[in-house]
Ligand binder design. Structure first.
Ligand code: HEC
Length: 117
């Protein structure tokens, strides 16, 4: 038996709502990608910002040193780099939402292994 058209509409609407909710939740990278991002930050970013992110060629990326800095401009720095400085852009390696996750996670205290947060 074919379902009545109204039911089909309701089902489609519900499906759309679920997809929208999932997309919102998916703004944070999935656990496996987080692990990749964390090791990238520890290794690649750490080569300039220090293995403990407490500074080196680049400034410290610790919660107390980043506190109060605008997230947007730090995301732009991660994506595009800072012309005239050693800070390169990383847009080829991560998406903007991922860069925002990295910045927010740095501000909150970066996990050692990517399992946390
Ligand atoms: C080749 C060295 C180098 C690498 C690799 C590097 N950075 Fe940087 N980064 C710098 C330097 C130098 C600055 C300071 C630029 C300036 O003088 O404004 C900086 C600045 C920053 C800032 C701004 C900090 C602030 O206090 O405003 C952020 C955030 C940042 N880097 C994040 C990252 C992340 C995340 C990565 C890895 C994806 C990374 N950096 C990799 C050299 C580097």
């Amino acid at each position: 038996m074919k379902p009545p058209p109204l039911l089909v509409h309701v089902a489609v609407l519900l499906g759309t709502a679920f997809i929208a909710a999932y997309a919102a939740a998916a703004a944070d990278p999935q656990p496996e990608r987080r692990r990749e991002l964390v090791s990238m930050v520890r290794q690649d970013c750490g080569s300039c910002h220090g293995l403990t992110l407490s500074g080196g060629l680049g400034p410290a990326l610790l919660p107390h040193t980043l506190a109060g800095k605008p997230v947007d401009s730090m995301v732009a720095t991660v994506m595009n780099g800072r012309p005239g400085t050693a800070m390169p852009g990383w847009a080829r390696f991560l998406s903007e939402p991922e860069a925002e996750w990295v910045v927010r996670t740095l501000m909150a205290g970066f996990p050692a292994d990517g399992v946390g947060r």
